[in-house]
Design a protein around this ligand. Sequence first.
Ligand SMILES: Nc1ncnc2c1ncn2[C@@H]1O[C@H](COP(=O)(O)OP(=O)(O)OP(=O)(O)O)[C@@H](O)[C@H]1O
Ligand SMILES: [Mg+2]
Length: 237
Amino acid sequence: MHEEVLQAQGLDVFYGTSQVLFNMSLSVRKGETLALLGRNGAGKSTTMKAIAGVIPARKGTVVLHGKPIQGQASHLIARAGIGFVPEDRQIFPDLSVEDNLLIAIKRGVDGADDWSLERVYDMLPLLAPLKNRLGGQLSGGEQQMLTVGRSLMGNPNVLLLDEPSEGLAPIMVQKIGDLIDALRKVGTTIVLAEQNLHFCLGLADRAVVIDKGVDVFVGTIRELNANDDIKQRYLSV
Ligand SMILES: Nc1ncnc2c1ncn2[C@@H]1O[C@H](COP(=O)(O)OP(=O)(O)OP(=O)(O)O)[C@@H](O)[C@H]1O
Ligand SMILES: [Mg+2]
């Protein structure tokens, strides 16, 4: 039996009058990493924003641990256990690294406080020596680490990572991969939006492929990697 932690079903999302998600669905099981793969503009970020309540879905349901969360304000969805790490990192440039983390402290839904400041520094060793540095003085990779750390401080049940490796130097991409791997090993449930299948291969258990706002493939990451038709049609590989 697989315990579904998060199920988004039949999402329709519009920007103004233009529809960008069409009956989009995905579900994530406890402790797994689900890759949400698709080309530029496919609708990955929109899917995550709709789940996190940053933009409204016109249709569809989002169920977290058996409870519907669609239609709620984003801060309530965060409180319900969704940790969203957006593409455009949104750290506070005038606060120190440590204050950026401390400001995000929140107990989990069942009072969980698994993620202390110490544990976040252990998980993200790169941040500890930077704790007094201002957010605005960090490199892109360091900022990315900080946004993940900040999200962990809220003790989420599911972590939504929107293209965490985007625009980073290869060494930092590697470190982000190592971080996702370490999070998986401690049982974190993750949705990882990516354009790059290769980056997800050793990290994800299953994959959903999105194209033009429609889910066009669901399966294990191995099945996807073996499916040349889907890869050629919908991914840049
Ligand atoms: N604020 C917006 N207003 C209007 N259209 C938008 C807006 N944001 C995104 N779109 C459009 O919605 C579609 C899906 O965009 P989205 O950002 O979800 O794709 P994505 O898969 O995350 O792409 P990328 O890999 O480039 O981040 C695209 O056609 C995009 O142009
Ligand atoms: Mg995006």
